[in-house]
Design a protein around this ligand. Structure first.
Ligand SMILES: Cc1ncc(COP(=O)(O)O)c(C=O)c1O
Length: 360
């Protein structure tokens, strides 16, 4: 099965499993787990920040960061299609007491003017005061687009100058760093907190990290405890994380090349996709409007050995990762092109409820 649904489907490497089984463990509540301590110190060093904390998931990293940086009853500026805003089940309001203030970006990026306008709008007595800017890099719903450290610093600078804190949802920040040939710390320096995921392109079975100053990370540690994210022998996760940092970062370039190849092949076959917009490992294909049977496309692909997320809002998302080789990317693109041709002109054959859970 060629699985293009997400880079989260990657399974741990044999080296990770070996490291997990041999990890020296302790109780992380007491800060006694040497593997966690060593991993967190390694991450802090790599990112050029004072402190880092292991969490279960990227969502949890975003939640505890926002709770540490934004008082309840305030609002947070998010790009309108940001993962935090559209794909994290509404935690800003349900858990954190925060009102999202969505701002439309271009290619996932909020312009300096739009940010300044949003900050000004938040100063009205009728608005929840704005306390936090959340950025996302790479930007998932924009097709893995990368924001340069310089662009990021401009937005963070505007936010800071206006008294806002800044959180970076860097679930795929290593993809951004590899894509631009920059150090990951360049993206982290301008912001107050950064989250990145271990279980996407980095292939760990679970885990994410929050990084920032020691003072803020201590606050996130307390919020992690409150929302039930305290861990005990978490060294089993950290052990895989250490292997990921050593073995999984440089190879992301391969995923980016395969995504570009996939997009180019689909464009050459007549599909609506722009290979020049592919900067990392996510490809969006705009499906034909009018009669086009997305349910048929999904089931026919599955029947022929290629798993895709059901198309959502007329777009098909394809994600490359460690378990997709170059020849598989090519095979899959030929099958997608052929099946799209067959789906064109067909009435929707069934309501595909699985689309509700497409992960983008
Ligand atoms: C940009 C972005 N942020 C956050 C997350 C959440 O990560 P997790 O699934 O580990 O909660 C994802 C997951 O796909 C993501 O794409």
């Amino acid at each position: 099965m060629i699985d293009l649904r997400s880079d989260t489907i990657t399974t741990p490497t044999p080296e990770m499993i070996e490291a997990m089984s041999r990890a020296e463990l302790g109780d992380d509540f007491f800060r006694d787990d040497p593997t966690v301590l060593d991993f967190e110190a390694q991450v802090a060093d790599l990112l050029g920040v004072e402190s880092a904390m292991l969490v279960i998931s990227g969502t949890m990293g975003n939640i505890v960061s926002a709770m540490a940086l934004a008082p309840r009853g305030t609002s947070i500026i998010v790009e309108a299609t940001a993962h935090i805003h559209i794909n994290e089940s509404g935690w800003p309001s349900t858990i954190a007491g925060l009102t999202p203030r969505p701002v439309q970006g271009i290619g996932g990026m909020i312009s300096a003017t739009a940010l300044t306008d949003a900050i000004a709008a938040g100063q009205s007595r009728l608005s929840a005061p704005t306390s936090l800017l959340c950025l996302e890099n790479t930007h998932n719903a924009a097709g893995g687009r990368v924001m340069s450290p310089e662009d990021l610093a401009v937005l963070a600078g505007i936010a800071h100058d206006n008294g806002l804190n800044v959180h970076l949802d860097g679930a795929r920040i290593f993809n951004a760093a590899i894509s631009l040939g920059r150090s990951v710390s360049d993206f982290v320096q301008p912001v107050d907190t950064t989250t990145f995921c271990l279980c996407k392109g980095l292939s760990c079975p679970l885990g994410a990290v929050v990084a920032g100053s020691s003072e803020i990370i201590e606050k996130t540690r307390r919020w992690r405890q409150i929302i039930g994210g305290g861990m005990r022998q978490a060294g089993v996760i950290a052990a895989a994380g250490r292997v990921a940092l050593r073995t999984m970062v440089a190879r992301l370039e391969e995923d980016h090349q395969n995504a570009k190849l996939l997009a180019t092949r689909l464009r050459d076959a007549g599909l609506d996709v722009d290979p020049s917009a592919i900067e990392t490992n996510i490809v969006f294909v705009n499906l034909p409007s009018g009669n086009f049977d997305t349910a048929y496309l999904h089931s026919e692909m599955l029947e022929n050995g290629v798993r895709i997320s059901p198309p959502k809002a007329g777009r098909l998302r394809l994600v490359t990762h460690r378990e997709i080789t170059q020849s598989e990317a090519l095979m899959a693109s030929d099958l997608i092109a052929k099946t799209c041709e067959a789906a064109r002109g067909r009435q929707l054959s069934s309501v595909n409820n699985a689309g509700m859970d497409a992960i983008y």
